[in-house]
Write a protein that binds this ligand. Structure first.
Ligand code: G3I
Length: 320
């Protein structure tokens, strides 16, 4: 079973999955998700985001996030919090409010402080900052970066999160930082500057939304993962899925098996890579078809909750 293999042969790593509240009524789905020999960790896909947790200023709603946290606790699974501050799924009152920089700093402190404090003691880690960069390594424009600048808003969020839950590992999380490139360099530079300033930062989340047949080589992944861990932080693969252009064919499924193996074995090869989370485990609930027309089948379990060759790639990756 994948999590058992990750813990043992994989070298004390976890294997986990994202989930989302609407799916928790699907009993067959929940039964597999709840097997902690398969999944040692879960991440809420939507219910801890800003629009879900503070839909109006100062009004916090935790019911959705609490349901996922309770499931993890019941199952004996680690929990990753996702996320404090992101340009997307940000409550509209924040963007529409035309607040000045001082007020925005206070809004961010209150949001991260309140949400992280609510789950204090329950989280292995938090994606405090999500997707701060554009693909070319420039700072992504949104209300907090525009008004405060990257360093200021990131620092405010991290400091508030640390104060709210000193035990949680604090992460910055992004996609397209799997191997060397402008965006990975921007993230490395941000972490270096935070470290120099003494700002709390414990990890970088490498999301890993990848494409079958286009996954970087194992050597390229390892070199990049090590560039991050050399800064004195841990890394995790936080949102792995490897999509294909539909329909599925035996050749594509075989390539996908190889690709999962490549990513997992690269994590295994790096001591500071603490675990791998897939962005839900079944194609039934994957976000891919809704966003990338004609693509999908990105996860190791199919629409009928049956394992695909990709699952064997995961086991092989943690084993070899
Ligand atoms: O909540 C509304 C609901 O009220 C409405 O009836 C329904 C109709 O479309 O939409 C619901 O909102 C959806 C939301 O998920 C909650 O289910 C949004 O339309 C939908 O766009 C949103 O998608 C999420 C996406 O983030 C938003 O960017 C995906 O489920 C979620 O898996 C995805 O996750 C992100 C990570 O947070 C960050 N990294 C990339 C990853 C994939 O995009």
């Amino acid at each position: 079973k994948a999590n058992t293999v990750a813990k043992t042969l994989g070298g004390k790593k976890y294997f986990g999955s994202a989930t989302d509240n609407p799916e928790l009524t699907d009993t067959a789905y929940v039964a597999t998700l709840s097997d902690n020999t398969l999944f040692g960790q879960i991440t809420p896909g939507n219910s801890m985001k800003w629009d879900a947790t503070e839909p109006s200023r100062g009004v916090f709603t935790f019911a959705g996030g609490d349901a996922v946290a309770a499931l993890a606790k019941k199952n004996g699974q680690l929990l990753r919090g996702h996320n404090c501050v992101w340009y997307n799924q940000l409550a509209s009152w924040v963007t529409a409010g035309n607040f000045n920089a001082t007020t925005l700093t206070s809004i961010l402190q209150t949001h991260c402080g309140t949400v992280v404090s609510h789950y204090a003691g329950q989280m292995y880690s938090w994606d405090v900052v999500n997707e701060p960069f554009n693909d070319d390594g420039t700072v992504r424009s949104f209300v907090f970066s525009d008004a405060l600048g990257l360093t200021s808003y990131v620092t405010t969020a991290l400091v508030a999160a640390r104060a709210a839950d000193p035990a949680a590992k604090l992460y910055i999380n992004d996609y397209n930082i799997d191997s060397a490139g402008a965006k990975a360099t921007a993230m490395l530079n941000l972490v270096k500057s935070l470290k120099t300033a003494g700002t709390p930062i414990d990890g970088v989340g490498i999301q890993g939304h990848l494409i079958v047949g286009e996954v970087p080589s194992k050597a390229a992944l390892i070199a990049n993962y090590q560039a991050f861990t050399a800064l004195g932080i841990e890394i995790a693969i936080t949102e792995l899925d490897i999509r294909m252009t539909l329909p599925e064919t035996p050749a594509l499924l075989a390539q996908q098996q190889t690709d999962y193996n490549t990513v997992i074995s690269a994590c295994k090869a790096v001591v500071g890579c603490v675990g791998v989370t897939i962005w839900d485990y079944t194609d039934k609930y994957s976000w891919i078809p809704g966003v990338f027309t004609g693509q999908g089948a990105a996860l190791p379990w199919d629409d009928n909750l049956v394992r695909k060759p990709a699952y064997d790639g995961i086991i092989a990756g943690f084993t070899n």
